[in-house]
Design a protein around this ligand. Structure first.
Ligand SMILES: Cc1cc2nc3c(=O)[nH]c(=O)nc-3n(C[C@H](O)[C@H](O)[C@H](O)COP(=O)(O)O)c2cc1C
Length: 212
């Protein structure tokens, strides 16, 4: 078996410093996201979202970022899923973006809220027909007897909604509203650049360099 401890890469492609970092974390996020979008990644908008349940136990999964602006970062899911149940109990969450060949990570923390039903519907209506049916068919995170059970449900739903598929009330968007960001740029000899932004007084972002 390969000794994973022997895998070692040096990070030396880019740097991030006090003069080059944008003082607004959303603008800095946009700079890196735009580069990610042009970077020939398979899923440049993939992010890990971590939530915490009522017993204090964290869990993480990948979702896709569907929009962002100065109000926060939006993804769509089933509100009754494991993450949905966690968020209903504890609205705090954290996001990770990682673009490996750029040697970059972004951490974002904050409070998660539901987007409005109008925002959910606007996005839902843009999804392909089969994805809209899929949202109805999947009781996300619940045990499923067999794949056949799911397919049978999909077929029934297609007969019920041959053209217009309404937005399920258990499906929609969440927005993570950040109060903290961290931009991490890999550097030589593990002496990486890290900058943390913390929201002070709901308006001003305080920037600090952190030890790698
Ligand atoms: C690349 C990728 C993208 C995904 N995008 C989403 C998404 O946008 N929304 C979603 O609900 N699940 C998405 N998933 C599935 C989730 O990782 C997860 O399996 C699902 O949301 C159930 O999570 P939960 O049981 O913790 O609620 C994606 C998975 C991968 C690997």
């Amino acid at each position: 078996m390969e000794d994973l401890g022997n895998i070692r890469r040096d990070y030396n492609k880019f740097k991030l410093d006090e003069s080059s970092i944008n003082k607004n974390p959303f603008d800095q996020f946009k700079i890196w996201m735009d580069e990610g979008l042009k970077g020939d990644f398979y899923e440049p908008t993939a992010m890990v979202i971590s939530t915490v349940n009522s017993e204090g136990r964290p869990s993480s999964r990948v979702v896709l970022l569907k929009s962002y602006d100065e109000h926060g970062f939006v993804f769509f899911t089933n509100y009754l899923s494991r993450k949905g149940t966690d968020i209903a109990f504890n609205p705090y969450g954290s996001l990770i973006f990682y673009w490996d060949k750029f040697e970059r990570q972004i951490r974002i923390e904050g409070k998660i809220e539901k987007v409005t039903p109008e925002e959910s519907k606007a996005y839902y209506d843009k999804r392909p027909y089969t994805s809209r049916i899929g949202a109805w068919a999947s009781e996300q995170s619940q045990p499923l007897k067999s794949r056949f059970t799911l397919i049978r449900k999909v077929v029934k739903l297609m007969m019920k909604h041959p053209i217009n598929v309404p937005l399920p009330d258990f499906w929609g968007g969440y927005r993570l509203v950040p109060d903290e960001f961290e931009f991490w740029q890999g550097r030589e000899n593990r002496l990486h650049d890290r900058f943390r932004f913390k929201l002070i007084d709901t308006k001003k972002w305080e920037i600090e360099r952190l030890s790698p």
